[in-house]
Design a binder for this molecule. Structure first.
Ligand code: PLP
Length: 392
């Protein structure tokens, strides 16, 4: 009799987590790594957020709460969203989950049936594919062009729609490319989804880390609300990756189903994290602006560094904290034929941690997270220049 289910065998360990594990082994051997692997802020959680958690513990706010989160945290989420994006969600249209990833997973669980198709533009965040496949759905990838800054258009989506299409997952700013879809393109795609009865899952995990213009959400298109599900996270916005704080906003029926699922799995997210999240969402957003300014400087530093490496090309990321350079000019050299081989060699020989493009759906890129100190960037660029320069 087989031990594991078919559904668990359909998925892989998250590629970014696998790289992190490998890097940790080298670190344990005392090797100094230039680590661009982990997708998390290098900042500490702001003090006022930590204080709220400590206060929650000291006041014994340590018991079970409502499964979907206490009313105050859901109110804080909908208020933040309303004030930033002119949306009109109510607390009943909001569920608080243990991280944005769980919110995406729960949304997939309640929306995707066996055989349902989910459109995913490439490059995409690694977990979408596994989550969709785990719940029995079929991913329909829509290839975008690097020359067009990974832009996805309504026409491209329209061509991928079939009678089985149930949802689309959109993520801007994008992990891994940092690309942002122009507002009109985003709105056109969401209008198309609404007309066709397709759910637009908007992964807004990096929405506040948009650098070069307006910060906008597709959910502002309130006339399409019926088919929009916002999947949000406090992880990146407030440097809270370890706390596990995420949420979904959407139609009551769907949010209710996600809460029901949560009632039979995690129950409520940590009561302490809920209190801390209220502090994050409802107080001054100055800390977010400060971190954003820093990411912009770090992005520019990485791009300046890349310019000193002949053969390496890169789109200009407009948000998040990733760069996605194209390494095709180096493939075929030094026994390196794929992005995975490049990432492996960069780690073992140059001691640079990157993530290969394949799990993000492209073959000629590697991803670097620049949520690191300027020193790490300088050290990493130096190593990259030497390593790539010596490849024959
Ligand atoms: N969505 C994207 C695009 C991400 O990059 C991540 C984390 O890396 C998440 C969602 C999930 O974040 P969390 O589960 O920490 O809220």
């Amino acid at each position: 009799r087989k031990v594991l289910t078919d559904r668990i065998n359909r998925i892989e360990v998250s590629a970014t987590m696998a790289i992190t594990a490998e890097a940790l082994k080298l670190k344990a051997q005392g090797i100094d790594l230039a680590d661009f692997g982990a997708g998390e802020p290098h900042f500490s959680t702001p003090q006022h957020i930590k204080d709220a958690a400590i206060e929650a513990i000291n006041s014994n706010f340590t018991r079970y709460t409502a499964v979907a989160g206490i009313p105050q945290v859901r109110q804080a989420i909908v208020d933040r969203h309303a004030s930033d994006f002119k949306t009109n969600y109510t607390p009943e249209e909001c569920v608080f989950s243990a991280g944005g990833k769980l919110a995406i997973f729960n949304a997939a669980e309640v929306l995707i049936d066996h055989g349902d198709e989910v459109i995913i533009p490439t490059p995409f965040w690694v977990s979408y594919k596994d989550i969709v496949e785990f719940v029995g759905g079929k991913c329909v990838f829509v290839e975008t062009s690097e020359a067009d800054n990974f832009r996805v258009t309504k026409e491209m989506i329209e061509a991928a729609i079939t009678p089985k299409t149930k949802a689309i997952i959109l993520n801007f700013p994008s992990n891994p490319s940092g690309a942002i879809l122009p507002k009109e393109d985003l709105f056109d795609i969401i209008r198309l989804c609404h007309e066709r009865g397709i759910y637009a899952l908007l992964d807004e995990c990096y929405v506040y880390l948009a650098f070069d213009g307006d910060i906008y959400s597709g959910a502002s298109l309130t006339e399409c609300k019926e088919h929009i599900i916002v999947l949000g996270s406090l992880s990146k916005t407030y440097a809270m990756t370890g706390w596990r704080a995420g949420f979904a906003l959407g139609p009551k029926q769907i949010i209710g189903a996600m809460s029901k699922l949560q009632s039979q799995s995690t129950s409520n997210t940590s009561s302490i994290v809920q209190r801390a999240s209220i502090a994050a969402l409802a107080s001054s957003q100055e800390c977010v602006a400060v971190m954003r300014e820093d990411y912009i400087k770090l992005r520019d530093r990485v791009l300046e560094g890349f310019k000193t490496i002949p053969g390496l090309t890169c789109t200009v990321p407009q948000g998040a904290f990733y760069v996605y350079p194209n390494i095709k000019n180096f493939l075929g050299k030094g026994g390196i034929n794929t992005a995975s081989e490049m990432a492996a060699k960069l780690l073992s020989e140059a001691h640079i941690v990157t993530v290969p493009g394949e799990p993000f759906g492209t073959k000629e890129h590697i991803r670097l997270s620049y949520a690191v100190s300027a020193d790490v960037i300088d050290k990493g660029i130096e190593r990259l220049r030497t390593f790539l320069g010596n490849l024959k």
